[in-house]
Design a protein around this ligand. Structure first.
Ligand SMILES: Cc1cn([C@H]2C[C@H](O)[C@@H](COP(=O)(O)OP(=O)(O)O[C@H]3O[C@@H](C)C(=O)[C@@H](O)[C@H]3O)O2)c(=O)[nH]c1=O
Length: 182
């Protein structure tokens, strides 16, 4: 695995290193030793998958508030997405900055999102499957979100939003949220 730094503190774009042969390829997608060496959380407690049928579907931006923060390791298994993360740690020098990553079923990238980041993705194709590991249990009372079109974030979503949940449409704007966010 090759660990590429991002513009955001503690978030990493991880490039897989497939070994090909006549059958296809093999690649490691998580390795405790390599993650620890890189200073990343390496203990994951849940693996989730989601399927989105329509291009333009938006999920997010989601995080769990302290002390239930979770690291996530995201991979797109079918189709393609843009994955967008926002640093919500008030003590971080990249607070409220975001970065956009393209993850596809062909490009061999996965994204490591540290605790204290809001996470989201939008599908660029129909029939998208995204699989991710999380490092803390799902805790509904700690669930928080940012509004995808909050002017404070100024995120340029690459395609028109076609499908979004009621919950995600209605997250409060940052100006109306209780601080600290995380
Ligand atoms: C996240 C989660 C949801 N659920 C339930 C709650 C709800 O009834 C149903 C669907 O939940 P949601 O609408 O929150 O699903 P979704 O919008 O896909 O939520 C996910 O979005 C991406 C962007 C993330 O970063 C994930 O961590 C997660 O928050 O599944 C669980 O039972 N366990 C879980 O871990």
């Amino acid at each position: 695995m090759i660990f590429h730094p991002t513009t955001l503190n503690d978030a990493w774009l991880i490039e897989l290193e497939p070994r090909g042969d006549q059958r296809g390829y093999f690649a490691r997608t998580m390795c405790q030793e390599e993650f620890e060496k890189q200073g990343l959380i390496s203990r994951f407690v849940q693996q989730n998958t989601s399927f989105s049928s329509e291009r333009g579907t938006l999920r997010g931006l989601h995080y769990q508030k302290r002390p239930h923060g979770e690291a996530k390791l995201i991979r797109c298994l079918r189709g393609s997405i843009v994955d967008i993360i926002v640093d919500v740690r008030e003590e971080s020098s990249t607070y409220l900055q975001h970065q956009i990553f393209e993850l596809t079923d062909k490009n061999f990238y996965q994204l490591y999102v540290p605790p204290g980041f809001a996470h989201s993705f939008q599908t660029l194709t129909d029939n998208v499957e995204v699989s991710y590991l999380v490092s803390a249990p799902y805790t509904p009372e700690a669930e928080r979100g940012l509004r995808y079109n909050d002017e404070r974030l100024n995120i340029n979503w690459p395609v028109p939003v076609t499908v979004i949940s009621e919950k995600d449409k209605n997250w409060p704007l940052i100006v109306d949220q209780e601080l600290p966010l995380y």
